[in-house]
Design a binder for this molecule. Structure first.
Ligand SMILES: Cc1cc2nc3c(=O)[nH]c(=O)nc-3n(C[C@H](O)[C@H](O)[C@H](O)COP(=O)(O)O)c2cc1C
Length: 358
């Protein structure tokens, strides 16, 4: 009896199975507006129980990568309406991942008038791809003022309402992988001396305020959050209090009653191990659904579900290359290989042309 392929619930939603398509940035949203190509791509993959969309910016200021979508303009809401209805027609549910890139950005990728802002004026090491000039060093961001923080919180709230208006079942707050909310959590990127910096109670404040306000706006069972304890992506080094900080965050997120907590683990791609102890702590402290991710195949997914380590299993690259991943895993059929060269390139190649199972 498979747990992975059996129905379940997420908050008040019914899911057709326990497999989640992980959020995957694909850079096909020309002009930052979702389009019919994207709707087709998601519809191909709607055999999942839940799809979490690619990172989508709540603000012009959060569009740090080329061709990523937003959800703050009318055109974007209309584009997402087409995506949500294409997914629902195939039976999956969909949460939109709200991703504000913060300091992981470049002005050339931002629309006119937008600003590159972050908790503190500390640049992320490394380079950012731009369509205009190729790879560029990531500049020093502007430190957010109190007014910027308040305005950005409101952008998250409006974006969540917009996502619901577009027909999304909910939103996932991206507080992982070095983007804005994690930039607040981590002491290397947040050196503020006001109530948003310093002790973890202060560094966690903005993500928790965003989560509370978004939950208030659209309902707590429509909101999930993604965290990457021990993640180092985008220049986020490991530090001594990591486990204690994420324990604290989990406790407070649990108090908000959000629908789910989604844990990132990129160790199968060579990132540092995420200690089992923090995953167990998060499982113990967070009473709603827990989504595990990172390097899963069907056997490991079934094992972790059976052991009660999580409630849902998210898969990234497997879904990217295999639109019919559920059928393939059920049939124990071979998988298409992922083509990394077309992860972020415009157009249908490496996007909607992965062949279905023979
Ligand atoms: C091309 C690509 C784009 C990604 N974009 C996002 C993203 O927008 N938001 C996010 O939280 N994670 C993103 N990730 C991470 C995945 O959600 C997932 O955590 C990762 O692929 C590990 O799962 P896997 O081993 O099943 O692929 C991305 C990964 C890939 C390969």
């Amino acid at each position: 009896m498979s747990l992975l392929f059996s129905e379940t619930t997420l908050g008040s939603l019914k899911l057709q199975n326990r497999l989640v398509m992980a959020p995957l940035t694909r850079c096909r949203a020309e002009g930052n507006v979702p389009n019919a190509l994207m709707a087709g791509y998601y519809a191909q993959r709607a055999c999942a129980g839940l799809i979490v969309t690619e990172g989508t910016s709540p603000s012009p200021n959060g569009l740090g990568y080329a061709r990523i979508p937003g959800v703050f303009s009318q055109a974007q809401i209309e584009g997402w309406t087409g995506v949500a209805s294409a997914i629902h027609a195939k039976g999956a549910k969909v949460f939109m991942q709200l991703m504000h890139t913060g300091r992981v950005s470049h002005p050339l990728n931002l629309p006119p008038g937008a600003r590159m802002m972050a908790p503190s004026a500390v640049a992320a090491a490394g380079e950012m791809y731009t369509d205009e000039e190729g790879m560029k060093p990531q500049p020093v961001p502007q430190a957010m003022s109190a007014a910027d923080i308040a305005a950005t919180l409101q952008e998250y709230v409006q974006a969540a309402k917009n996502a619901r208006a577009a027909g999304m079942d909910g939103v996932e707050l991206h507080a992982a992988n070095g983007y804005l909310l994690e930039q607040f959590i981590r002491p290397n990127s947040n050196v503020r001396t006001d109530r948003y910096g310093g002790a973890i109670e202060n560094r966690a404040r903005f993500p928790l305020e965003v989560a509370a306000a978004v939950a208030q706006a659209i309902g707590k069972d429509r909101v999930g959050i993604r965290l990457s304890p021990f993640g180092v992506f985008n220049d986020m080094p490991i530090y001594d209090e990591m486990e204690a900080d994420y324990t604290y965050l989990t406790e407070l997120l649990n108090n908000l009653g959000l629908a789910y907590l989604h844990i990132v683990d990129h160790s199968s791609q060579g990132a540092p191990e995420v200690p089992d102890s923090i995953k167990k702590t998060m499982r113990r402290l967070f009473k709603q659904s827990l989504i595990l991710s990172g390097g899963y195949d069907a056997q490991r997914a079934e094992r972790d579900l059976a052991a009660g380590n999580g409630d849902l299993i998210a898969v990234g690259r497997g879904f990217l290359a295999n639109p019919d991943l559920v059928a393939r895993w059920q049939a124990d059929a071979p998988l298409n290989e992922v083509d990394m060269n077309t992860f972020y390139t415009p157009g249908p190649k490496g996007y909607t042309d992965y062949p279905p199972m023979q």
